[in-house]
Design a protein around this ligand. Structure first.
Ligand SMILES: Nc1nc2c(ncn2[C@@H]2O[C@H](COP(=O)(O)OP(=O)(O)OP(=O)(O)O)[C@@H](O)[C@H]2O)c(=O)[nH]1
Ligand SMILES: [Mg+2]
Length: 353
């Protein structure tokens, strides 16, 4: 900032008026490693310049009375104020870091860099003739929807088996979500569904899915290796939908992720949904997504919307990874607490007051 001020003084002289300063990041990757930049908007008025020139002449001709000084100063100040007002009017209020919309986005945990990009160029609230703030909000919601508009649930074809695997970190709700999906597709829509679990690390995990399978009335296979998965998929060729549950993996364990990748590589038609909890902090979620990318998930599925105080993580992730959204889950109840993602509904939730 000091360097920028020195440059302003050098370029515009000592009479320059600082109108606006801001710090921001330029370049970088996913909001990181950007270069710290400083923007300074300064103005110098030509009238001011000529006045100060006059002042020098007055000084040099030794008519240096207090009254003359005061008049010159007042004239200078009034000109400066006019210039300042003119320039400030041209700055769209919503581009400022403290606009109400910026505050709303930050309150909803939207990353500040993303929030600034989102509101850039939007008219300031109450500046559209005869309108109220809801119009500007609508424009912002539309921009948000644009990033969320790829919504794509599980599409079943009557003639070709669909295979879906849920992957993700531990405890995000993969098994519960598999049960919800199985119940909805088998019981509500009448499709032939089978479950496969590759989570053989804990006996309880197998039992958890087996109980759901029994209640819903769908078969469940347990697989210990990629070959067994291949064989199980072959056996279930007559089904409309096969849902594969996997063990929760830690994003920092490369071996576990490589094993998962190898397992799912047995069939290129497996549609992989990365399950993420909306309660995860954005920085952690970013790390999770980056690490799980080795498994090439086609869709994101967000759980625990009922527990999240806001959906900032959802938007921040989709802003950086333009990936289709499949479902959101909204509670622990099987089979009810799941719905197809809706971009308009999510945008409303992202802009919650
Ligand atoms: N509030 C809330 N809880 C959920 C939701 N989905 C799942 N849960 C709960 O989260 C906990 C973990 O769910 P699981 O389905 O076992 O999670 P998982 O991802 O299979 O866990 P691991 O297999 O251990 O990796 C359980 O207590 C679920 O009831 C949801 O949408 N909202
Ligand atoms: Mg599980």
């Amino acid at each position: 900032m000091a360097e920028a001020m020195a440059q302003v003084k050098q370029d515009l002289g000592r009479d320059a008026v600082i109108l606006h300063t801001r710090r921001f990041k330029k370049g970088g990757f996913l909001g990181f490693f950007g270069k710290d930049m400083v923007e300074v908007m300064a103005a110098v008025d030509s009238a001011t310049a000529s006045i100060s020139q006059n002042k020098h002449q007055i000084n040099s001709s030794a008519i240096n009375t207090d009254a003359t000084k005061m008049t010159a100063l007042q004239f200078e100040m009034s000109n400066m104020r006019k210039t300042m007002e003119q320039i400030l009017c041209q700055i769209p209020k919503n581009d400022e870091q403290s606009s109400p919309l910026m505050d709303l986005l930050i309150k909803n945990d939207i990353d500040p860099v993303i929030a600034a990009n989102l509101i850039k160029g939007l008219p300031a609230e109450k500046t559209i003739a005869g309108s109220d703030e809801s119009i500007v909000r609508k424009l912002l919601a539309d921009r948000i929807i644009n990033y969320l508009k790829k919504v794509d649930g599980i599409k079943i074809s009557p003639s070709r088996r669909k295979t879906v695997a849920l992957i993700g970190p531990t405890g995000v709700g993969k098994t519960t979500t598999i049960a919800k999906l199985a119940a909805n597709f088998a019981l509500k829509e009448g499709y032939k569904v089978a479950l496969i679990t590759a989570d053989t690390y804990r006996i309880a995990a197998v039992e958890q899915l087996r109980i759901y399978g029994d209640i819903i009335g769908v078969p469940i296979d347990i697989v210990y290796s990629p070959d067994e998965l291949k064989a199980a998929l072959y056996r279930h060729n007559d089904k409309h939908l096969v849902l594969i549950d996997t063990a929760g993996r830690s994003p920092s364990n490369q071996d576990q992720l490589a094993e998962l990748q190898e397992l799912l590589a047995v069939d290129s038609e497996i549609e992989i949904h990365l399950v993420l909890s909306t309660t995860t902090k954005y920085k952690d979620a970013l790390e999770i997504v980056n690490k799980f990318m080795v498994c090439s998930p086609q869709k994101f599925l967000f759980t625990k919307v009922d527990e999240a105080s806001n959906l900032g993580t959802v938007f921040n992730l989709l802003y950086h990874f333009p990936t289709a959204l499949s479902y959101i889950t909204t509670g622990q109840s099987v089979p009810d607490d799941i719905e197809l993602a809706s971009s308009a509904k999510l945008a409303n939730m992202i802009l919650r007051d």
